[in-house]
Design a protein around this ligand. Sequence first.
Ligand code: ADQ
Length: 468
Amino acid sequence: MSRLVIVANRVPDPKESGATAGGLAVAMKDALAKRDSVWFGWSGRTADATGTEAALTRHGTTTYATVDLGHDDYKHYYQGFSNAALWPVLHYRLGIARFDRRDFAGYQHVNTAFAQALAPLLQTDDVVWIHDFHLFLMAAELRALGCRQRIGFFLHVPFPPRAVFNGLPHAEKLLEALVAVDAIGVQTEDDAENLRGALIAIGKGDVAIRVGAFGIGIDAVGFAQLAAQRVRSKDVVRLQESLAGRSLAIGVDRLDYTKGLPQRIAGFGAMLERFPRHRGKITFLQVAPVSRGDVAQYRQLRRELDEGVGRINGQMAEPDWAPIRYITRAVPRPTIAGFMRVARIGLVTPLRDGMNLVAKEYVAAQDPADPGVLVLSRFAGAVGELDGALIVNPLDPDDIAEALDVAMDMPADERLDRWSRMWASVKANSASVWCRRFLSALEGKEAVADAGSSAAESKPRRARKKAA
Ligand code: ADQ
C-alpha cells in the first residue's frame, strides 16, 4: 500500500493518541494505523527564519516531520493572512477581516517553504493529503518543484458564496492554485456549490468537477465509551454534586468569534427573563479556552464575554445559585466527555461552522437510557446530519431562549426519539468513514462527486422515497 503523507499547519503530539487526542489526529487515526505514513507541518515553535529542512521523529508507522516558523512568518502567515484575513472571510465575515500585503507575502513564503521542506521526503507513489485554509497554495508549490504524486486538499471550514470570497484580496490566486489538486474536499454540499461556483467563474470548470462534500465525523463509539467511563470520575461527580439537583446546559468551544458565544449567553439570559419558572432550575456551564489570544478581534471578544456573563449573573443570581459558570482555562477532553454526558442540554450555536464536532460529541456522550437535547445552529455544517436537534438561528437570542424552554420541558420519549436518529447518523458518518471516503476519491478509486458523503447519504434516501 502506498504511503499516506498528511500535511497540516500543526502536527499533533505523537504521545497523545486515542481518546485523549482531539480534532484531526482522531479523524486520521485509523488511516495512520493501517499504513506507513508521514505527518508534515509546523512544529509550534518559532525561530529566526522558517525552516526548509524538516526535523524527523518516528512513532509507530508514522514519521512526524516538522519545521519551525520564522518570527516574521508567524506574524504575517499565521496571525495575519491565515487568522485575521482568511478565517473571517471563509466564515462570511468580510467586514472584520484585516488585509495587509505583507501578510499575503508571508503566506506565500510559508507555503513555498513547506513545499521545499516536504518535496525531498516524498516517494514516487506517495499519496499527499493537505489540510485546511493555511495551505491553499502548497499543492501548486509542490507541482512547481516537480512533484507528480496524487495530491488532495480538504477545507475544514466553510467556503462562502463567491461574492464574499472575492472580497478577499488575492482570492483568485488561491483558487488558481487548486488546479494542482486531484481531489478537493469540503464539509457540506453548500460549501461544494460555493467553491465550484467560484472556480467556474474564473474559467476553471475542470477543477470544479474535482470538488466534493465529505462531512467529517468523530470516533463515535470511542467517545461514547469515554463519556460513560468518565461519568463516575471525581471531576464529574463534583460537578454533579454542585448542581444540587439542577439541570445542566453545556457549551464547549474554542473562544472564537465564529462560535456565537455572546449571542448564546444573551439567549440563556433571555430564557431566564422570559420563562422565569426555569430560574434556579438550570445552570449553564460554558467552557471556552482562549485561542489565538494574540489576535486583536479575539481580545475584544473576551472582554465582551466577561461583561455579558457578569451582567446576567449579577442580575439573576441568588445567594445559592449562579446561572452561568464560565471557564476560559483548558479542560481535559475526557472530563469534557463526562460533563457532556450529565448535561441535559448541549448548546452549540456557531454563527458559521464548517462542521462542528462538539455537536456530534454531545450526541455520542449521551446516556442512551436518558439522553439530553441538542440545541444546534442552523449555520453549523453538522445540521445536515443532525435532524433530531432543536435548530436555532444563532443570531437571535430569543430563538435560543425558546429552544431552551422547549428542551427543559421535553418528555423522555421525545428526547429518546430525537437522540436515536442523531446517534445513528453520528455512528454511520464516523471519522474513519470520512477518511476512507476522501482517500478513495483521492486515490482515483471513485469519482469525487460519488465518494462525497452528501452524495452517499442522499442515494439511499432517494431510493427509500421511490420504494414508498
Ligand atoms: P474547530 O473550529 O476547532 O474545528 P470543532 O469542530 O467544534 O471546531 O472542535 C474541534 C475539537 O476541539 C472537538 O473535538 C472539541 O471537543 C475540541 N474542543 C473544542 N473546544 C474545547 C474545549 N473548550 N475543551 C476541550 N476540547 C475542546 C475546525 C472547523 C470545524 C470543523 C473541524 C473539523 O472550524 O467547523 O468541524 O475543524 O473539521
